[in-house]
Design a protein around this ligand. Structure first.
Ligand code: AMP
Length: 143
């Protein structure tokens, strides 16, 4: 189990309830994917479950399956949209594990040979650029 209970007032809970905007790329019954506002690489995307899970440790197995299914679907599109050679997934649990937003999420980052990741939470991206990147991923999902 997680160390602490789920708090619905977290920022991804607010995105799920439509209380704050996000550059969405994919949505189904159980999951949502959108652009990370502080990307560690071009195309950095987050996949979250709609179920209120704090992290890996308190999520139902069905929730984890849905998140990973979406990570595969969106991961393929992200890799295609950015002409990447690889794809890195991250998932952090609790502050000591590097987690800063306490709603389960998987990071998807397209990777290019020899290009290092930028720092975690290194700086806000231009919203116009994020909107363009989200459009590229949605187009790859449709293609
Ligand atoms: P972590 O909890 O450490 O896995 O990281 C949370 C991630 O959420 C970071 O990469 C942030 O850049 C990202 N983030 C924080 N707020 C938002 C937001 N409103 N929309 C999209 N991404 C966000």
């Amino acid at each position: 189990m997680a160390d602490t209970a789920y708090d619905p007032d977290n920022i991804f809970g607010k995105i799920l309830r439509g209380e704050i905007p996000a550059h969405k790329v994919y949505e189904d019954e159980h999951t949502l994917a959108f652009m990370d506002v502080m990307p560690q690489g071009e195309g950095h995307t987050l996949v979250i479950p709609k179920a209120p899970s704090r992290g890996l440790l308190d999520a139902e197995p069905e929730t984890l399956a849905a998140v990973m299914r979406t990570a595969q679907v969106v991961g393929r599109a992200v890799k295609t949209a950015f002409g990447a050679e690889g794809l890195t997934l991250f998932q952090f649990n609790e502050p000591a594990g590097g987690q800063t937003v306490f709603h389960l999420h998987v990071h998807l980052i397209p990777r290019h040979e020899g290009v290092p990741l930028r720092r975690h939470e290194g700086g806000m991206a231009d919203p116009t650029v994020l909107a363009d990147h989200a459009g590229r991923i949605r187009a790859a999902l449709e293609g």
